[in-house]
Write a protein that binds this ligand. Structure first.
Ligand code: GMT
Length: 378
């Protein structure tokens, strides 16, 4: 198949999944054209089957900001026509689904609807729960959903949320996030520990784009309680609007030195490989890809008992789930896992096994048959 994928290139789960999907499809012999503002952060690979089209939105004094959605639509139309794309897969409803619809309209005269590309849209989370829930975007998201040829959501939770917020006319198929366990696996950690100057203390990790939904202060508060009982370091990977506040919190609470702000890092496997526990106490995650990737590297997780987490984290086996904001409960669970080496090893093995249920190959096959259904539907 010839597949176009449009996604956000920035540090975030939807761009990560879109890119990993495209890479896996290319490995399986499909031709994949990526559309984005810049190379997606996880692309970093060469393949005869992968093409990247940077979308440059024109700047003009009349425009307050460049019209990216329109530039994207034009680029999709151009590439879809010349490369005869079968499917354009929009990751995150806004603006990608709308740009794909517009691109198809741009091609109306050149390519009869029956031969034009099909539009698949994957809903990732905040496109529904935050952006889509905002009055200013609600109707645009609904249009994107209803006019796509097929729609997927990354969890049953997100599917239900979408139905209750948008009562869409389209059926929504659930295709969970996935992880390549040949890449995300526990590597020997001695060198990484040395590079970071970490001794034998326990390592906790949090990875995100530091948005309010991630509850960074809860990550810090849980860590603060733990490090009073066990020697520990907290690695914070990523960056975003809440970082500055988090850094201030760390200084005020005297944790400088124990909390390490590492910023945006692309190769996270070595860091996950030295981690003993991942903290992800978000308000809600439609899935929670970072936790799945941590589990694949044998890292038990402490997460919120809402959203998509219960669809892959088994309570008391791979980690523990708590209501969001339950800092005491989370720190008690963390202490339980970190304070008992035998129990930790059991959780670590279980988490690794469970991640195997979400192996890339299994889920990519689902996307392939989803595309085929769309193409075969007249
Ligand atoms: O909030 C993020 O971490 C980024 C966001 C995105 O859209 O890039 O991630 C969402 O999509 C991921 C991939 O499907 C999911 O694993 C995340 O749970 C989801 N984030 C939220 O729902 C907050």
């Amino acid at each position: 198949m010839k597949i176009g994928i449009s996604c956000h290139h920035t540090y975030g789960g939807s761009g990560a999944i879109a890119t990993e999907l495209g890479k896996a499809l290319a490995m399986r012999g499909h031709t994949v054209h990526f559309f984005s503002q810049a190379a997606p952060f996880r692309l970093g690979t060469y393949s005869k089957n992968i093409f990247f089209h940077e979308v440059e939105a024109m700047n003009y004094p009349l425009f307050e900001s460049p019209y990216y959605a329109l530039a994207l639509a034009s680029k999709i139309a151009e590439v879809a026509f010349y490369e005869k794309l079968d499917v354009v897969h929009a990751h995150y409803a806004i603006p990608h689904a709308i740009s794909a619809l517009l691109a198809r309209q741009m091609l109306e005269e050149k390519c009869p609807a029956s031969r034009c590309f099909r539009i698949a849209t994957t809903l990732h989370g905040t496109d529904i729960t935050i952006v889509g829930a905002d009055r200013s975007m609600h109707d645009a998201v609904r249009l994107g959903i209803n006019k796509s040829d097929g729609v997927t959501a990354v969890s049953s939770y997100l599917k239900d949320e979408t139905i209750s917020l948008f009562t869409p006319r389209k059926p929504i198929e659930v295709i969970h996030n996935f992880v390549d366990t040949s890449v995300f696996r526990r590597l020997p950690g001695r060198q990484t520990r040395e590079l970071l100057g970490i001794g034998s203390e326990k390592v906790l990790i949090h990875m995100s784009n530091f948005r309010p939904v991630k509850r960074i202060t809860d990550v810090l508060a849980v860590f603060e309680l733990i490090q009073k009982k066990i020697p520990a370091t907290l690695l914070l990977v990523g960056d975003g609007p809440e970082r500055s506040e988090a850094e201030t919190w760390v200084r005020i609470n005297g944790l400088t030195g124990k909390v390490r702000f590492l910023g945006k890092i692309d190769d996270i496997v070595p860091l996950l490989s030295i981690a003993d526990l991942m903290l992800m106490p978000s308000n809600v995650e439609s899935f929670g890809l970072a936790a799945l990737e941590a589990m694949a590297c044998g890292v038990p997780v402490i997460v919120t008992n809402a959203g998509g987490f219960p669809e892959f984290v088994r309570q008391g086996q791979d980690g523990f789930m708590h209501p969001h904001g339950d800092v005491d409960g989370m720190s008690q669970s963390a202490f339980r896992i970190l304070g008992d080496d035998e129990l930790w090893a059991r959780f670590s093995n279980a988490a690794q096994m469970q991640a195997g249920q979400f192996e890339t190959a299994l889920l990519v096959e689902k996307y392939e048959s989803f595309y085929r259904k769309l193409i075969e539907t007249p």
